[in-house]
Design a protein around this ligand. Sequence first.
Ligand SMILES: Cc1ncc(C[n+]2csc(CCOP(=O)(O)OP(=O)(O)O)c2C)c(N)n1
Length: 891
Amino acid sequence: MSITHNVSPEWLETQYQRYQEDPAQVPAEWRSFFMGYEFAATRDAATGDNRPAAVQALIRRYRELGHMYACVDPLTPCSLDHPFLRLSALGLTDADLKRTFSVIDFILEQASLKDIVDILQQTYCRTLGIEFMHIPIPEERSWLQKRVETNSNKPEVPLEKKLAIYHALLKATRFESFLHRKFVGQKRFSLEGGESVIPLLDHIVERAAQNSIEQIVIGMAHRGRLNVLANIFEKPLENMFAEFGDNACYQIVGEGDVKYHKGYTAYRKVAGREIRISLASNPSHLEAVNPVVEGKARARQDRHPKDGRRHIMPLLIHGDAAFAGQGMVTETLNLSQLDGYKTGGTLHLVINNQIGFTTAPTDSRSTIYATDVAKMLNVPIFHVHGDDPEALIQAANIALDYRQRYRRDVVIEMICYRRHGHNEGDEPFFTQPLMYEKIRNHPPTAEIYKNQLLMEGVSEDKLDQISTAVDNRLEEALERQVCGLHEIFLKQWSHISRNFSFDRVATGVARQTLIDLSSRLTTIPADFSAHRKISALLKKRHALITEDKGMDWGTVEALAFASLVHESTSIRLSGQDSRRGTFNHRHATLYDTKAAVKYTPLAEIAKNAGARFDAYNSLLSEAAVLGFDYGYSVETPDDLTIWEAQFGDFANGAQVIIDQFIASSLAKWDRPTGITLFLPHGYEGQGPEHSSARIERFLQLCADNNMIIANPSTPAQLFHLLRRQARHRYRRPLIIFTPKALLRHPACVSYLADLETGHFAEVLPDPQPVKKCRRVLLCSGKIYYELAERRDEGKHKDVAIVRIEQLFPLHTELLQEILSTYPNKAEYYWVQEEIANAGGWDHLRPRLRELIGKEPVYVGRKPSASTAVGSHRIHKEEQDQILFNAFAAPK
Ligand SMILES: Cc1ncc(C[n+]2csc(CCOP(=O)(O)OP(=O)(O)O)c2C)c(N)n1
């Protein structure tokens, strides 16, 4: 992309006028542009010589295109001829090489063309290509330009560091070959071909610590993960080998997971400083962990006493095929500059081994680089030869300094190869015979680097000593094999119980406290101009509370939040349009009508209590945002972290996060979470994608008390449920199906007495006494109100309606207790508005049968491939039929 790309002629004209007044008035690179332009113009006219301008243009071409010609692929010989960078391409000839030129905005002010070209080739076309001219901010571009041109893009590496690199490379190589020999046939997803990752990560940890970074939160996939655990996290080899032996002394909590998915935390000492490095547990689903790592990092940053973004850094390690292929990558990149989700810049390392399982780049991406998607952020991207660890170190130095300085993401792509098949049992010659023929003959990086060091005069003895030490360490560890302690709960989780229980938690809040909180929620600062209708709404809310006239959902939700933050529990609420609320029921943040100012009353109440209330409108993504909030919740057991879907129907856009993390992180990795989901649900005739949050899908994921699935039908129930979530001894994900029409339903209200005492009721008995009960309707959620109305209309006084408010874990004792108040011979119906292959039916059917001693009668929509009909008329007919059937005489 050219410097003039995307600038208007008027803007250019103004800049040129400013340059003519005083060249210092415009940024350096524009100075160079205008100078070249004038050179060309004047010399052209005076002497016909436009070579000085051509030299200036050549410099620019190297900066813009050099990375395309850089020598970064270990499997392809380097091209020495670059058509766009030939002298002739700019009207220059070899005869000009000796001539001295004055140049500007370059490391030298005057030099022979030969020297200039040498510097440019060294800097931009050696083993480190850098893409940075697409960055639209001149200051950033010129900072990067200086950084690379000052040392011809080659760092000074002292001998001690060179030996450390060699040591790291050997550790990487030998770890893999040792496992290969000693644990034959076991999958380990060898790093071989990309061993430079180890000296690179070593250096990143070291440099980060020197750069004021205290913690690195890391996410990575299968490839090389065990190698990273052994050699970067320094997980004891004795433990790793015991794990490889699947030694029975390992106590597995829950169901466990394969070795290359588990998380780990370590503290490393670097130059007198301690740096915490943690690796997030992740599923096989490539890139799914990205937003989780961001959320974890953000939670830690938010709790850092000062400038958490500076001191805590996320590091994501990707495969080339996955980085180019998975939408989660783009979604996560898109989080990076947003108020509610930014983390001060993520360092991305793409291990490009030029293959994804058996698929070649020509089949896996439509872009030139595997990293092209990251250009959307306008950040620098380094492409580095995987056999040149020193070039990787140069890239890491600049990348880390850039992140700390500009607080933006940065990408290092390491181009390497994969020595074996996708895993150790895989034959790569079946599909990539030519590539693997090259790989077969390609020496490992450690050998290449050893030769470099020998050429530089390092003694072979010294290098052999390092080699022997590496081998000895592996052998000794194998002898000693011991089971390590299973990694236990993180420190901040130590006071949380692992065990679910139905123990009741008193979640009532004193009447006067609620009234006081209401005043604070509804009083707008004098200098704030709220929208007329919002002021009226707040007044009405306050009146509902003080006069105890029946509070609606939005009012009670606000009181639940207020009471929690008032008791110093922080709340994070994130989702599409969550500040206002999709259905206009929340208005957590008010917008001044005259100035660009916002006011969030809950945040003020929180601040007073030393807590936080953060409500964020998210980007339009489900997967990355839920992943982020899940990650946030894992680090903050004492907070309430809520993700809200616009409509629950869209939650399946985040299905991988729900299945792979929320439902199963406790079972797989012993990682609990109290993440809470608000999923608007209900059949209101709005069509197939605005009706169902797929209750059945969540219920299908339930086992071993792993999640709480609730469908509260009153504002008070929501109040107690949210407060219980923050106050119980244990934490479990809480999935709440929230209402839409009920937000304004006159019967869906609660009173102060309901909030003052009590607790969440997993089952709600019929609020009215039913004499001579002939039928019990069991139901959940909104249909209750329609049933109750129909009962009153039809004077069906002998029909009881019982609401199951918590579908899982089902409180069978309580349900039994309630049902025992009705005669044995009564008919039992399950009534739902969902289609028969959805809702609570399939899950509850066997459980109810067992409890009641007979099969309940099903009343609801028929099975359907689509969740709901498109026609409002048909919806109403169906709904009416359900209500009719619920009370009709049995067939
Ligand atoms: C979301 C997802 N889809 C498919 C797979 C199956 N799979 C595992 S590894 C792999 C290839 C990954 O290639 P790349 O990202 O280049 O990493 P590499 O294995 O080459 O290091 C595939 C397709 C997966 N794990 N996750």
